[in-house]
Every structure is written in C-alpha cells, then in structure tokens.
Design a protein around this ligand. Sequence first.
Ligand SMILES: *[C@@H]1O[C@H](CO)[C@@H](O)[C@H](O)[C@H]1NC(C)=O
Length: 222
Amino acid sequence: MKFSAICTIATALLPFAYGSVIAERSTSGIATWYSGAVGACSFDGYTLPSGVFGTALGLNLYSNAAQCGACVSISNASGTKITAMIVDECPGGCAGKTFDLFPTAFSSLATPSTGQIPITWDYVKCPITTPFVLRTKTGSSQYWFAIQVYNANQAITKLEVSSDGTTWKTAERQTYNYFLLASGTGTSTVSVRVTAKDGSVITTKNVPTAADQTVTAASNFS
Ligand SMILES: *[C@@H]1O[C@H](CO)[C@@H](O)[C@H](O)[C@H]1NC(C)=O
C-alpha cells in the first residue's frame, strides 16, 4: 500500500474514532435543582473555585462518597456547558435523575421554572491549580484518626497513613467523605499518601492527627 493511501485511511478513521469515544463516554441524563448545600461530602466552609458550580449526585452513583470532589461537565440540549463539583448526595438517588444542581448551575443551563432538563455529562478534571488540602475531623486524635481531602482536581481513590514513614495503612472511606483509621495512629503527626483517579500519588508529611487541623499539600495532581 502506498503511503498516501495509508494517510487517507488514517485521516478517514480519525474523526470516527474520536466521535465514538465521546459518544461512549458522554452519558445522557436529567438534571433538577435545589437550594444547594455543601452537604454529604462534608466540604464545610469550602468555597467552590471560580467557574465551578456545585451539584448533588443522584442515580445512586454517590457510592460511599467515592465521587466527592470530582468534577463533571454538563451540557444542555443546545450544547451550553458548565463544570460542576460533586459536593452532596441526592437522597434516594434523586428518583432516577442524574444531578440536583445548585441554583446558579441550573440557571446557567435553563430557566429555573423549567424544573428539570435533559442533559449530557461526563467526568472531567476540576479546573483547580492551587494545591489540595487535608483536614482532620472534629474529634480526630492519635486514638481515632479521620481526615478528608478537599480542593483536589480529581476524585480521590485511596488515602494511606504512615506513622513511621515506612509502613502504610489504608484508611477506610466513610459515607461522610472522611478517611478513617478507627484504631488511630499512635502518633501526634503522620505522613498521608493520597492517590487520585488517574493514579497520581502525592505524599504530605507532618500532618497533625489532632482535631480540626488543615494542611495544604505541596501541589495538586498532574
Ligand atoms: C442552554 O443554555 C443556554 C444558556 O443559558 C440557553 O440560552 C439555551 O436556551 C439553553 N438550551 C436549552 C435547550 O434549554
């Protein structure tokens, strides 16, 4: 086969391949709206980054807080897109609806009195360039250690804790979006190793185990 023929085939296949990937990943759904609250994900006091709206996740996709902090791109039927961060769970799976949006998110896609609209959506990386933050829970101590991640640019898949910098314990994600070591760490500080959805790992040293402490990581994920 001549080189030019190969090029023609490649060019012909390329748009098709891209189109298929997008069609497969972008999912249809329905969005509604509610008063909006930093709810089930326990991101209390967190200000959403500029240009990022808030949403509750429905369809029983909340899955023990696994998607807390993840961002989604949501398009209305004429292609207007917004980016929203999942910060809450829609009770009862939102009766089959995909997202319950904060008011400003919904009004960017439709007139609020419409109530509900068809959408297409996909997970995207959050447009966050500042580092993520670790926060210990009220009641945390060296005997009962609970910590969360916020302001991450993608979903968190794993959080491990080390008291000696060598051996690591995987903390268990709770439905209120903290990672828990119920038997504690035995030390006043620990190293915390966080893995994101794309597999990137960032370790933060000298994280206090005491209650209500925040530590800013060195960066966000790649
Ligand atoms: C999509 O959102 C844009 C911007 O708010 C709006 O002008 C347009 O009418 C919406 N499309 C539909 C089908 O609601």
